[in-house]
Design a protein around this ligand. Structure first.
Ligand code: HEC
Ligand code: HEC
Length: 319
């Protein structure tokens, strides 16, 4: 009996040493770095590209990067689930020292595609990657970052360093990796092919699926459809005022948008009204720049998905 207890103790101590060693390793290693390939790109800007880039950025970048001075000077992301750590978005204005004024077009493109900064530092999932965004959309975002629009003019606010949690470091070791840089240009599907164009908008241009699937921890950005509970909602979010908010099921099931019409969908996107008349709350934003074609295409695509039975508690009564 005594011998058995010794063996047990031995294994217990062994396990503690292994776990402590691993935690120490994660702390020291931190968020990984990757080798950077030089990426040559010169974005030729024009007013159409800048306007298009501003429209994409209004829902894809500004939400997270707008700081106290109204420019994209960065802020504390209090709406992130605390398990990610204390995370601050960066100053991405044209300031040469505090912002990204010293980056080349290629540096920005490379980061947005792969998640790797010019110094090799990888950015965890709270900074989204855009591996499926088309060349035109991507170049439009870069043209906007370089433009004379007020929000991207140099801001002197210094970047606050994020403090990613152990969980974030662990996930960056096992699950979230840098994306390969695309060798061929990424094109948009023909706008006449509504279902495919709709998929492009949800996966590539507007990135609706990470929020609208089950959990960021099971996000698959390589193959979006393999994300846990793809478009079935239920992802736990925190609103700007600190309330828990679950995302809606957008599949054609009665617990999702199965009994909705295209008009209901349009009202939700443009005017933040749900079918039951309630106002949609953050982090769901009004997408008021969407065109009729974009709305129709996303609608047709959502109807083509397999229905998921997931009744999400929306906490309507709390408002
Ligand atoms: C969900 C929030 C979020 C969104 C949306 C977002 N970012 Fe970020 N971004 C971050 C965070 C957080 C960091 C800093 C991460 C860190 O270093 O800890 C960051 C870092 C960056 C950096 C690196 C800056 C530096 O000096 O380290 C660039 C460039 C950038 N973002 C550009 C963009 C652009 C362009 C868009 C839109 C296409 C965008 N981001 C959308 C959260 C976001
Ligand atoms: C940052 C996360 C996030 C992103 C990105 C996002 N949504 Fe949402 N969405 C939510 C949340 C959270 C709700 C629930 C809001 C509420 O309950 O008030 C919601 C609600 C909705 C609803 C209302 C459904 C209902 O039953 O009331 C629709 C429709 C919708 N989103 C469509 C989209 C589309 C299309 C996109 C991309 C163009 C998108 N969302 C992007 C978080 C997001």
């Amino acid at each position: 009996m005594k011998k058995f207890l010794y063996i047990l103790l031995f294994f217990f101590i062994g396990a503690v040493v292994v776990i402590a060693g691993f935690v120490g390793f994660l702390q020291i290693r931190g968020i990984p770095r990757y080798p950077v390939e030089k990426f040559e790109l010169t974005v030729v800007s024009d007013s159409a590209k800048i306007a298009h880039g501003a429209k994409i950025a209004s829902v894809q970048c500004i939400v997270c990067h707008r700081g106290q001075d109204g420019k994209l000077s960065g802020r504390f992301l209090n709406e992130l689930p605390p398990d990610f750590g204390k995370i601050y978005s960066a100053n991405i204005t044209q300031h040469k020292q505090t912002g990204i004024g010293g980056w080349s077009d290629g540096d920005i493109y490379y980061l947005l595609r792969t998640g790797v900064k010019p110094d090799g530092q990888y950015l965890p999932p709270y900074m989204p990657k855009f591996p499926h965004m088309s060349e035109y959309d991507m170049q439009s975002v870069i043209a906007w970052l370089r433009s004379d629009r007020p929000e991207v003019q140099p801001s002197e606010v210094n970047k606050v360093l994020s403090e990613p949690s152990l969980l974030t470091k662990f996930l960056c070791l096992v699950q979230f990796k840098n994306f390969p840089i695309n060798k061929a240009p990424i094109t948009e599907p023909d706008t006449n092919d509504l279902v495919n164009y709709g998929r492009y908008l949800i996966v590539g241009r507007y990135d609706c699926y990470p929020c609208h699937s089950a959990d960021f921890k099971t996000l698959n950005q390589f193959e979006p459809e393999k994300t846990g509970g793809y478009m079935g909602g239920g992802n736990r979010m925190v609103s700007l005022d600190g309330k828990e908010r679950l995302t809606a099921n957008l599949t054609p099931h009665k617990t999702g948008i199965g009994d909705w019409t295209e008009d209901d969908f349009r009202n939700a996107l443009l005017f933040s009204k749900s079918k039951n008349g309630q106002s949609l709350r953050d982090p769901m934003l009004p997408y008021n720049g969407l065109t009729d074609l974009e709305i129709k295409a996303m609608w047709k695509y959502l109807l083509s998905l397999a229905p998921i039975d997931n009744s999400v508690n929306r906490n309507w009564e709390e408002e």
